[in-house]
Design a protein around this ligand. Structure first.
Ligand code: SF4
Length: 279
């Protein structure tokens, strides 16, 4: 059976949630179905200010109670313009959250941040600047049954499955998977809305992560060196202070400017999957 046009949830019965039945354009029509059944249900979208995330929120907007964006000072300034444009598009406010550490430099150099930046155990900054903010929020909302909306796309089903296993206390919804929407289609949907995507995409980056994202590879860093030389310099200095490199053992101040030039610049969005890995 082709279930792509049905919004599904990972465990509708565990917490006694009802499942909506009517569908318009693949989306359930009765928001109240769930709320009537479970007054403690709180549906929160963790908006990343990326294109897939924006389209996922828009598609599911009738069922979302709160939309959160976790800001980091290292985001390209155009991110906030995008958040505000999306707020209009969603017709619902986007609440801005931010760690008191504010930026990647602080997350990697202050307190327990020392000695590690990024590696197989995930990125320190994701843990400090995003995961901790979300977990603090969860502690403040312990009385609710939480449903989270994520911007994972059709080709990220394996990640969505992992999410359900890693965070079993919440219900997780992935509108793009349910509606068969790929990253490319998400960009088309956003373009059709008239909203300009965040500037980082137009500069050739595959997502709207922080400028100078510690998860980037050699090709990424050599592009940052050209596009944002001051960020490259700051991250190179930070590596030396911390005593750890962003790229697997190669310090940025030793990186050959030609390395990675011909490799595809693949880097994961800094989203929940990055958080799940983070130390
Ligand atoms: S986008 Fe990159 S630099 Fe920013 S918090 Fe996430 S992993 Fe760290």
């Amino acid at each position: 059976m082709d279930t792509r046009n049905e919004i599904t949830t990972n465990k509708p019965t565990t917490l006694g949630f009802g499942v909506a039945t009517g569908c318009v354009d693949g989306l359930p029509t009765e928001r109240t179905t769930w709320h009537d059944n479970d007054p403690k249900l709180l549906t929160a979208a963790w908006f990343s200010a990326g294109v897939s995330s924006a389209v996922a929120v828009k598609k599911y907007i009738n069922y979302i109670d709160r939309i959160y964006y976790t800001n980091i000072d290292d985001q390209h300034p155009d991110s906030m313009r995008f958040v505000k444009d999306c707020e209009q598009w969603f017709g619902q406010p986007v609440e801005i959250m931010q760690s008191e550490l504010r930026n990647v430099e602080n997350a990697c150099t202050k307190r327990a941040g020392k000695g590690y930046i990024n590696g197989p155990k995930g990125a320190k900054c994701t843990s400090k600047l995003k995961r901790k903010v979300r977990m603090d929020w969860e502690r403040e909302h312990e009385e609710y049954h939480l449903r989270y909306v994520w911007g994972v796309d059709l080709y990220e089903k394996h990640r969505y499955d992992r999410l359900n296993i890693s965070m079993p206390a919440m219900e997780h919804v992935a509108p793009l998977i349910d509606l068969g929407i790929t990253k490319t289609t998400a960009h088309q949907i956003l373009r059709a809305s008239g909203i300009k995507r965040p500037a980082m995409y137009d500069l050739g980056y595959s997502n709207n992560n922080c400028v100078g994202c510690v998860k980037g590879g050699m090709g990424y860093w050599n592009k940052i060196r050209i596009d944002f030389p001051e960020v490259f310099k700051a991250r190179a200095e930070m590596e030396r202070r911390v005593g750890h490199s962003c790229i697997n053992g190669v310090f940025l101040d030793e990186l050959d400017p030609d390395r990675g030039r011909n490799s595809p610049m693949i880097m994961d969005d800094c989203g929940i999957f990055c958080e799940l890995m983070a130390v």
